[in-house]
Write a protein that binds this ligand. Structure first.
Ligand SMILES: Nc1nc2c(ncn2[C@@H]2O[C@H](COP(=O)(O)OP(=O)(O)OP(=O)(O)O)[C@@H](O)[C@H]2O)c(=O)[nH]1
Length: 606
């Protein structure tokens, strides 16, 4: 024992690390009493180190203190560690009897000796100039034990400064998480709720691993149990991972990313399960591994997304980066690669507050980008709708124009149709006319003559008044034709027709029966003498020669006259009588009028 070095306590020793003078041994039996441990021969020097990697058994520490001249009698030992589950402290009283002090970790905040610090023990040099103190620590995994000796005033000064910093950092985290909780309550986007839980659990996580006590968050006692640290770590991990999924995950495009992270959540859940199964060390180990998986993965993804231009991924990257540094520090610490110091035991707080700020910013950016996308989509929809409406309006206009055009065309067509119809009617009436009239003279033809004769007959019968029928044949027309040509013959026929027409009343009928044969119906009422005189006048009008195409054309005509009802009771009889009379006129020497029982002639042709 004497060979072991002692820590010389000087007036200015306050705040000095004493790890270089610490000695320890691991109680693998886990059942050693204080007296057994005190007489244990194999204490080894910590050699200035403050980390023991992968130690799961209780560790007994021994520290020899020597009081220097002018050094105060009362000091405090600050066990600035964040891993012990439990600690028992042994220091001698003035009689040299050892007094045991339990760790204050399971007591209310108010019962802690100084400002809530759970591992803070008074050391009092009574009359002694030197003393040996012992403590027993239990940890579930790595054991980290930076130990300092303090004068209370100086320690309080430092603590107040530290608490101010912690309070500020915790305040930032708490404020932002409550702020985002309100946003969640307003817009019900689970991202904000996950943010709230991630940051709040992180607050617990950081006070827990920092060596502060959970009671700093709440003045009355928390229910502490073995494995609580693992549960806090796992819970923080779960919410952090879920938040990362909601912010960076995209189940449509990068399924593997979200699925891997859900796998990490499952690992954290099983760590909590292991705690309740009493497997504290395994639970601790699992939570450390899980962090090693998802932190680099999430950082890689956010780096990739920010490379693609995502602003919120960049915010996340910047926010989570320090946490990765912090967790790397933690891994290095627990593996005994680096020693604990003020920086790496406080780093988590700063990283946490920083990520709270940046994650909140990431959420704002994401919401902003979603809003922008929504606005863009809305604008596009409006533009498209306007275009459609315009198109529809144009279509309607063109439709109206088409309808107008078509209506125009149709009315034109109708007009054309009407014209065609009119033409048809005209040509039909022309055809009809042609069917009933003679082309050369324009006089009614034989068919019409028969109709008219029937009319005259019917009327005469009804009115019981006589009418006359005259059959007319040109004399020696053949000769004219043969000597002067058909043209002259035609013209002669036309002249005869005009004269016949002129000789009669409007109600009478002149028809060309064919060749040089004409007929006249002198409708009722007409007297015998009137009929005879009309015929005589007609005959006389042909007494003088006609001038046709510089030819003196001399022609005559024979007329056979018959009366209804005297010369025929029906039409056939009447025509027969007229025919007979005509024959008589011809036979009597032509150019004369004949009727039944009488033939008169013109002197010229006799
Ligand atoms: N130019 C002309 N000649 C016609 C037309 N229709 C008939 N003819 C001719 O008229 C003549 C009629 O002759 P007929 O009635 O037989 O005898 P005609 O010469 O008049 O002698 P008569 O009747 O005995 O006095 C024929 O030579 C026919 O070719 C016609 O439309 N135009």
């Amino acid at each position: 024992d004497d060979a072991s070095p002692a820590f010389l306590v000087q007036p200015d020793s306050s705040g000095t690390y004493i790890n270089s003078k610490l000695e320890y041994f691991v109680d693998t039996s886990e059942t050693m009493t204080f007296d057994e441990a005190r007489s244990h021969a194999d204490f080894v020097s910590a050699g200035g180190r403050n980390v023991l990697a992968r130690v799961r058994h209780p560790i007994w520490f021994r520290l020899k203190l020597e009081r220097g001249a002018d050094a105060p009698a009362r000091w405090w030992l600050d066990y600035q560690i964040f891993s012990p589950v439990e600690l028992q402290f042994y220091s001698p009283d003035q009689n040299g009897q050892y007094i045991k002090q339990a760790s204050k970790k399971y007591e209310p905040f108010s019962a802690h000796p100084s400002y809530g610090r759970p591992f803070f023990y008074p050391i009092t040099f009574n009359d002694q100039q030197s003393m040996v103190i012992y403590w027993r620590s239990v940890s579930h995994s790595a054991f980290i034990f930076p130990v300092r000796i303090w004068q209370q005033e100086k320690w309080i000064d430092l603590t107040l400064t530290e608490y101010l910093l912690y309070g500020l950092l915790l305040g930032i985290m708490f404020g932002l998480s409550v702020y985002n909780l309100f946003i969640y309550l307003r817009i019900r986007d689970s991202m904000f709720l996950l943010y709230f839980f991630a940051i709040v659990s992180y607050m617990f996580y950081s006070v827990n691993i920092n060596g502060l006590d959970l009671n700093i968050l709440w003045s009355t006692s928390f229910h502490r149990f073995k494995g609580l640290s693992s549960c806090i770590t796992a819970t923080t991990g779960i919410f952090s991972v879920l938040f990362a999924i909601s912010l960076l995950g995209n189940l449509k495009r990068r399924k593997w990313f979200s699925y891997t992270l859900y796998g990490v959540v499952a690992i954290y859940l099983s760590a909590i399960g292991l705690v309740f199964a009493g497997q504290y060390s395994w639970a601790e180990l699992l939570t450390q591994w899980a962090g090693g998986v998802w932190l680099p993965l999430v950082l890689g993804m956010s780096a990739y997304l920010s490379y693609l231009g995502s602003v919120w991924a960049r915010c996340y990257l910047i926010g989570e980066g320090p946490t990765l540094v912090g967790s790397t520090l933690l891994v290095l610490l627990t593996q005994g690669v680096i020693e604990a110091d003020r920086f790496n035991t406080t780093f988590y707080f700063v990283a946490g507050a920083w990520s709270a700020i940046m994650f909140s910013q990431a959420l704002a950016e994401k919401v902003n980008s979603l809003k922008k996308a929504a606005t863009a989509a809305l604008n596009m929809a409006v533009t498209e709708k306007t275009a459609r409406l315009k198109e529809a309006a144009q279509y309607q206009i063109s439709l109206e124009e088409k309808v107008k055009q078509r209506t125009k065309e149709l009315s034109l067509e109708i007009l054309l149709h009407q014209q065609t119809l009119e033409q048809l009617r005209e040509s039909q009436s022309k055809l009809e006319e042609m069917a009933y009239s003679d082309v050369l003279t324009g006089l009614p033809n034989r068919r019409m003559f028969q109709d008219r004769l029937l009319q005259a007959y019917t009327r005469a019968q009804r009115q019981d008044s006589p009418f006359a029928l005259a059959l007319i044949d040109l004399d020696h027309f053949k000769r004219i034709n043969d000597s002067l040509g058909h043209g002259v013959g035609d013209q002669l026929l036309q002249i005869v027709a005009q004269r016949l027409n002129a000789a009669l009343r409007h109600s009478d009928t002149v028809a060309r029966l064919g060749g040089d044969e004409f007929a006249m119906i002198l409708t009722a009422p007409i007297s015998r003498d009137d009929a005879i005189s009309i015929c005589q006048r007609l005959l006389s009008s042909f007494d003088a020669p006609l001038l046709i195409e510089n030819h003196q054309v001399q022609t005559g005509m024979s007329i056979g006259l018959a009366w209804f009802p005297d010369d025929g009771r029906d039409m056939d009889e009447l025509i027969g009588s007229a025919d007979v009379a005509l024959y008589q006129a011809k036979a009597a020497g032509r150019h004369r009028l004949s009727y039944i029982g009488h033939v008169t002639g013109s002197n010229l042709h006799q």
